[in-house]
Write a protein that binds this ligand. Structure first.
Ligand code: NAI
Ligand code: MG
Length: 352
């Protein structure tokens, strides 16, 4: 029997609650589909930071490198500044493992009320390919003349030819397996150095894929289009910042953050990939047992798909669809009264 070694990093807040449920569903799927999962749990979190002064040990990345995949909850909690929690755990892992693709599938799930109510699932199905290793999220810059009237900050963006080209190529290759359409998010009218460079490389790569329809759209207009005409979008490729914002919007139009999964993919397979929900640690509802675990369960299904367990991944998605479709157990964000644990258990039962 095939065994996968999985590192689980539940992190903070509801990251812990939803990871328990994802693990419940995965273990059930493993039993049913003939593979096994060997879990190792890490307590890396803001709580650890408060205790020891660091989010993870110095050799944290090295420890994770031994695993086939990583399932991450969420990191960040009031009391620890967000840049500390993010740069102390999430960003170093994404970068050390060259997880340069942040893949965010968007799908209108059954039983969900969207601001786009009346749309059918097939009209609202796209995937956002977000650049995950450079771009606007850079540590280059600084704060100067602190406390003076002339105080200013510089926050630089970094766009490399290698980085831009590989994410765009990934998007085109993915489009070939889907509807064959790629839309690039740009803003070359405002960001006059980085985005024209991005656009130029997009055009070069597009020329290599004549069978894929390509277009570019300013990110603000694209945000509007995502709401008004989502049926015209299939694969959306975007820089780190633009992809981050567009995917929260995409989550909002498909019923909320509680439903949106994401994968940090190392396409070469040289390093482990990491799977997580799009949402954060939701301190406003943490510890109440009411977080929606669907995003994390679907992230776990993406992990199985990545490991090659396609049938089990598909079964988990179908179990989620059935559970939400007949509304047997839905959490308060979806207008129900079920707890996190009950929704997780019903999805697991639907597998059997
Ligand atoms: P958030 O995603 O944690 O919460 C935003 C809103 O959505 C809240 O009202 C929350 O209750 C609701 N929500 C989120 N997930 C939900 C779920 N599964 N079920 C029901 N409701 C849900 O974003 P926020 O509040 O901006 O950030 C909170 C903390 O999380 C911060 O420290 C932030 O840095 C961190 N964060 C971490 C991320 C990660 O680990 N990848 C991503 C985003 C934020
Ligand atoms: Mg985000």
């Amino acid at each position: 029997m095939k065994t996968y070694r999985i590192a689980s990093v539940p992190g903070d807040g509801i990251g812990v609650d939803v990871t328990v449920e994802a693990r419940k569903v995965l273990d059930r799927a493993a039993g049913k589909f003939g593979f096994s999962l060997s879990w190792t749990e890490f307590d890396w979190s803001c709580e650890r930071y408060t205790r020891t002064g660091s989010m993870m040990p110095d050799d944290g990345v090295e420890q994770l490198s031994a695993f086939d995949a990583i399932l991450l909850g969420a990191v960040g909690f009031p009391g620890v500044p967000d840049h500390v929690s993010l740069w102390g755990l999430l960003i170093p892992v994404r970068r050390a493992f060259a997880q340069y693709v942040n893949l965010r599938p968007v799908r209108l799930l059954p039983g969900t009320t969207s601001v786009l109510a009346g749309r059918k699932a097939e009209e609202l199905e796209m995937v956002i390919v977000r650049e995950n290793s450079e771009g606007e999220y850079s540590a280059i810059g600084g704060r100067h003349n602190t406390g003076q009237p002339s105080e200013f900050v510089l926050q630089e963006s970094v766009f490399t030819r290698v980085g831009v080209e590989r994410i765009i190529r990934y998007a085109f290759e993915l489009a070939r397996t889907r509807e064959g359409r790629v839309c690039s998010a740009t803003k070359s009218n405002g960001l006059i150095h980085s985005m024209p460079f991005w656009d130029e490389i997009f055009a070069e790569v597009a020329a290599e894929f004549p069978e894929v329809h390509s277009e570019q759209c300013h990110v603000d207009a694209l945000a509007a289009r995502m709401v008004q005409a989502p049926e015209r979008l299939d694969v959306v490729v975007a820089s780190n910042l633009f992809g981050d914002i567009l995917s929260d919007l995409a989550a909002a139009i498909t019923g909320g953050l509680g439903m949106a999964p994401s994968g940090n993919i190392n396409p070469s397979g040289e390093h482990p990939s990491m799977f997580e929900a799009v949402h954060g640690s939701a301190p406003d509802i943490a510890g109440q047992g009411i977080a929606n675990p669907v995003a994390q369960i679907l992230a776990a299904a993406m992990m199985l798909e990545h490991l090659g367990e396609t049938v089990a991944a598909q079964a988990i998605r179908a179990a989620v669809d059935r559970t939400l479709g007949d509304r047997t157990a839905v959490t308060p964000d979806l207008g129900g009264t079920a707890t996190t644990a009950r929704l997780g258990s019903v999805v697991a039962d639907q597998l059997a």
